[in-house]
Design a protein around this ligand. Structure first.
Ligand code: IPE
Ligand code: IPE
Ligand code: MG
Length: 260
C-alpha cells in the first residue's frame, strides 16, 4: 500500500478499497408511493448504477452488493419472481456497459436454486467480463454469510477426511481464502440503507473489522451524493484493529489493511 508523506499523515485517510452495500428499503420506497413492491426493486436498479459510477470515479476497486439473501426466498412468490426477472433483465441490459467500463462482474451465493436461464446469464456475464481490470462488481444472490462459512468448513472437512490436510493446518488465513471473495481484501466499509442497523446474514466472517455505515435513506434514493457522504464518514474514522488508539495505531492499521 502507498504511504502518504509523513507530514500529511494525520490528515490523510485512505479511501476504502472494497465497499459492501446492504441495499435495503425498496419495499418501503414503493409503498410510500402507493406502488407495488416490485416497483421499488426496479427503482433500486438506478441506485445500483449510481453507486457503481461513483465508486469507479473515486477509484474504488471492489463493490459488493447484497441483492438477494438466502432468507429472501420466504417472501411472497410474486415478489421473488419479480426480483429474479429483474436480475435477468439487468444482466441482459447492463453487461455490455460493464464490459465497456472495464468492470469485472461476479456472483457469490448458491446457484442451484436459481432458474437455469438465470444461471446461464450469470455464467455468461462472468465469462464475458472475467479479464476486466478496472473494478470488480460482485452481486450476492441467494447468499447467506452462514452458508458461506459452512461451505468453507465442508471444503476443509473433505480435505481432512481424505488426508490432504491436517487439523493443525486449518488457520484463519486459509479459512478466509476458502470463503466467497477470498481473493479480494475484506470490505473496508459496509453501507446499509433503509434505517435498520443489522447485518442480516451478509458477509459474517469477512466483516470482522469492517466499518459500518447505517443511514435512513431508502435504497432507490441513495444517489451519488449519498455514496460520497458514506465514504467521507468512513474517512473520518480511526480504524484500530484491536490496537491502541492514536497516530501510532493509525500507522500500524495502514500496514494491517494493506496486507489484508
Ligand atoms: C431490499 O429492499 C431488497 C431486497 C431484500 C431484495 P426490501 O424489499 O427489503 O425493502 P424494505 O425493507 O421492505 O423496505
Ligand atoms: C437484507 O435485507 C437483504 C438484502 C438487502 C438483499 P432484508 O430486508 O432481507 O433484511 P431484514 O429482513 O430486514 O433483516
Ligand atoms: Mg428490507
Amino acid at each position: 500500500m502507498n504511504t502518504p508523506f509523513q507530514s500529511n499523515l494525520v490528515n490523510w485517510r485512505p479511501e476504502p478499497q472494497h465497499i459492501a452495500i446492504i441495499m435495503d428499503g425498496n419495499g418501503r420506497w414503493a409503498s410510500r408511493r402507493g406502488l407495488p413492491v416490485p416497483a421499488g426493486h426496479r427503482a433500486g436498479v438506478e441506485a445500483v448504477r449510481a453507486a457503481l459510477k461513483t465508486c469507479k470515479e473515486k477509484g474504488i476497486k471492489a463493490l459488493t452488493l447484497f441483492a438477494f439473501s438466502s432468507e429472501n426466498w420466504g417472501r411472497p412468490e410474486t415478489e421473488v419472481r419479480a426480483l429474479m426477472a429483474l436480475l435477468c433483465h439487468y444482466l441482459r441490459r447492463e453487461v455490455e456497459q460493464l464490459q465497456r467500463d472495464n468492470v469485472r462482474l461476479r456472483f457469490i451465493g448458491r446457484r442451484d436454486r436459481l432458474s437455469s436461464r438465470l444461471q446461464r446469464l450469470m455464467g455468461r456475464s462472468e465469462e464475458l467480463t472475467a479479464l476486466n481490470t478496472g473494478a470488480t462488481l460482485t452481486l450476492a444472490v441467494d447468499y447467506g454469510g452462514q452458508w458461506d462459512v459452512v461451505e468453507a468448513a465442508k471444503i476443509f472437512a473433505g480435505e481432512v477426511a481424505s488426508g490432504r490436510t491436517t487439523l493443525d493446518e486449518i488457520t484463519p488465513e486459509r479459512f478466509e481464502r476458502a470463503l466467497s471473495l477470498g481473493d479480494l481484501p475484506a470490505p473496508d466499509l459496509c453501507i446499509r440503507t433503509g434505517g435498520d442497523a443489522r447485518i442480516s446474514n451478509f458477509m459474517l466472517w469477512q466483516m470482522a473489522y469492517t466499518e459500518f455505515y447505517f443511514c435512513d435513506v431508502l435504497w432507490p434514493d441513495f444517489d451519488a451524493a449519498a455514496v460520497t457522504l458514506a465514504i467521507e464518514d468512513f474517512q473520518s474514522r480511526e480504524r484500530r484493529f484491536g490496537l491502541r488508539g492514536g497516530d501510532d495505531a493509525f500507522v500500524q492499521s495502514l500496514d494491517i489493511a494493506g496486507n489484508a
